[in-house]
Structure formats: C-alpha cells, structure tokens
Design a protein around this ligand. Structure first.
Ligand code: NDP
Length: 296
C-alpha cells in the first residue's frame, strides 16, 4: 500500500476537542450552554443507534442533549408542533430530525419547518440556497467533514480537479458546492454518467457517495489522487458481516496518494461536524464569534 491513510477517527477526536473548548468558553465567559435536540420518529434500529451515539457525544463535549422519541404513527401536525416548540426554545440551538421518516410524513415539509438558524443538518431549503450562493449557512455534516479532511491534507484545494460520484441532496450536491467554494474544478457523476472510469481518472480528488459496495476500483484512480470514501455498506464476506465503502480500498490504496478508510474515515467526522454546527449555531444566535476552523 502506498497511500497515506486519512485517519477520520483521530481527526474527529480533534474536532470534538475544539468544540469542547468552545463550549467551555461559552459557559464560563457568557453563561451559555449550547443545546442540541434530536427528534426520532419510529423504531428503525440503525436510526436508534445513530441517535444514541449523537446524544452521548453531545453530552461528552459539554452541551445539553435532548432526545424526543415519537411513536411511528405520530401525526404530521404533532411533529410540526414539536418542531415549533423547539424553534422557540432559547436553550436549544440545534434541531436534528433523524431521517428517514416514516412514509406518511412529508420529509421536505418537516425539514423546512425547522428554523434555518437551528438547522444543524443544513437540509433546510434556505441553507441549501445560502450554500449555493456562497453565503454563510449551516452546512450538511458529512460533506463538511469531507471538506475539513481535504483542507487538512492539501492545504489549498484551489484549481484541483474534483469528481463527486453521487448527486444526493445530503451528500453529493452539497459536497460539490463546497469544493466549488474552495475553487476546485468540479464534476458531479451519477448513474447516467458516460464512461465513469474516464471521468474519475481525471480527478485529483475523488469523493465517492454512491451506496454500492467497493464500486470504484484502483484502476480508475489517477496516481496520487486523494480518495474520500463516504459509502457505508454492510456486506457478508467469508461468513462474516463487514462494513465496506464505495471504493475498493485494497486496490485504490495502491494507487491513491491518500485515502479514507471505512470504517474510521468519513463516518466519525459526520457526528463531529454535527457538534461543530451546533456550537456554531449557538455562537451565531448569541452574536458571538464563531469557533475558528469548524465551519466552511
Ligand atoms: P443516495 O442513494 O441518495 O445517492 C446515491 C447516488 O449515487 C445517486 O446520485 C446515484 O445516481 C449515484 N449512483 C448510483 N449508482 C451509480 C453508479 N453505478 N454509477 C454512478 N453513480 C451511481 O445515497 P446518499 O448520498 O444518501 O449516500 C451515499 C452513500 O454514503 C451510502 O453508502 C450512505 O450509506 C453513505 N453515507 C454515509 C454517511 C457518513 O456519515 N459516512 C452519511 C450519509 C451517507 P442517480 O442520482 O442517477 O440515481
């Protein structure tokens, strides 16, 4: 293996440390405790694990953590009423509604009912528009984590060719906007892209957010490129359950200059960025300076 491993787990611990320091300053100098409310509707096992882990890490950095667990058949009006109450609650600076929601709930309506200033997932249409026009916004956590790792590794990203594979609203599109904001030349690839190997082969930076296990082989990657693997895929291999990314780590790490592993790459950065967004939202809400290095 020739590629440098970008250690997302270690970097996420560093980010959480910076968040904790800022939380301490807010408490000691201003008597403010940042608060994050997480709303979970239903009993999806994966969502329950995410919500538990978010609550634990929120408390660990010294923030107030509130969880609202609602029945799977919760009426839309009741969920909207809870969000309205959280929007008005001055002790809550970040609101996250765990997705996916049960089918009878309108996800767009629910997300767009969160106050944009408290939308720590960055999915509200106002934040999407602000990001798209290069204005200060709340930035989706997973792409923000990828950007932080890329900046840490490269310093400046200006002029680099970046290919984002995947065009979802939560990863691919905001990732492309962030890379454009850092002056990369950006291509977004998707399921209809022609000659994907050729497109990927031009990239100095490849961000794979597809949801297909080990889809990108090393032979597609330009020598020395940086590979950020967003994918989280559970597969069975040799009779064991295994977590793999969207890139074939074994072959890509022979060619790439740097690569994120799965697990231990993008995943830990996502939660760290949620905490970073909450402390940023709290600082903005109180007219105080934002923590440095924790926003786009
Ligand atoms: P979506 O399913 O919403 O989007 C997948 C994208 O991949 C689509 O744009 C689709 O194209 C594209 N795609 C599918 N097949 C191909 C193909 N053969 N060639 C090129 N493009 C293709 O997924 P998400 O963006 O939500 O998530 C992507 C992955 O990232 C998943 O594995 C998910 O689990 C993981 N993830 C990880 C997070 C983390 O914290 N590490 C957070 C969020 C997601 P089209 O639009 O044309 O259908």
């Amino acid at each position: 293996m020739s590629a440098q491993i970008i250690d997302g787990k270690a970097f996420a611990a560093k980010v959480r440390g910076q968040v904790a320091e800022h939380v301490t300053r807010l408490k000691e100098q201003h008597g403010i405790t940042p608060g994050l409310a997480v709303v979970l509707v239903g009993e999806d096992p994966a969502s329950q694990v995410y919500v538990r882990s978010k609550g634990k890490m929120t408390a660990e950095v010294g923030m107030k953590s509130v969880e609202h667990k609602l029945e799977v058949e919760t009426a839309e009006a009741d969920l909207l009423a809870l969000i309205d109450q959280l929007n008005k609650d001055e002790s809550i600076h970040g609101i996250l509604v765990q997705l996916p929601l049960p089918k009878h709930l309108n996800e767009d309506l629910v997300i767009n009912s969160i106050s944009p200033a408290k939308d720590v997932d960055g999915f509200h249409i106002s934040n999407v528009g602000l990001l798209g026009t290069g204005q200060k916004s709340m930035v989706p956590c997973t792409p923000l984590g990828c950007l932080m790792m890329l900046r840490e590794h490269h310093g400046s990203l200006s002029g680099l060719n970046a290919v984002v594979i995947g065009r979802s609203n939560i990863v691919g599109k905001p990732m492309a906007q962030l890379l454009l904001g850092d002056s990369c030349t950006v291509t977004i690839a998707h399921s209809r892209t022609k000659d994907l190997p050729e497109v990927v082969g031009r990239a100095d930076i490849v961000v794979a957010a597809v949801g297909r296990p080990e889809m990108v082989p090393g032979e597609w990657i330009k020598k020395g490129a940086t590979v950020i693997d967003v994918g989280i895929n559970r597969i069975e291999r040799d009779g064991k359950n295994k977590l793999v990314g969207d890139v074939d780590f074994a072959s890509c790490s022979e060619v790439a200059g740097a690569i994120t592993p799965v697990p231990g790459g993008v995943g830990p950065m996502t939660i760290a960025c949620l905490l970073a967004n909450t402390v940023t939202a709290c600082s903005r809400a109180n007219g105080l300076p934002e923590p440095e290095g924790l926003t786009a």
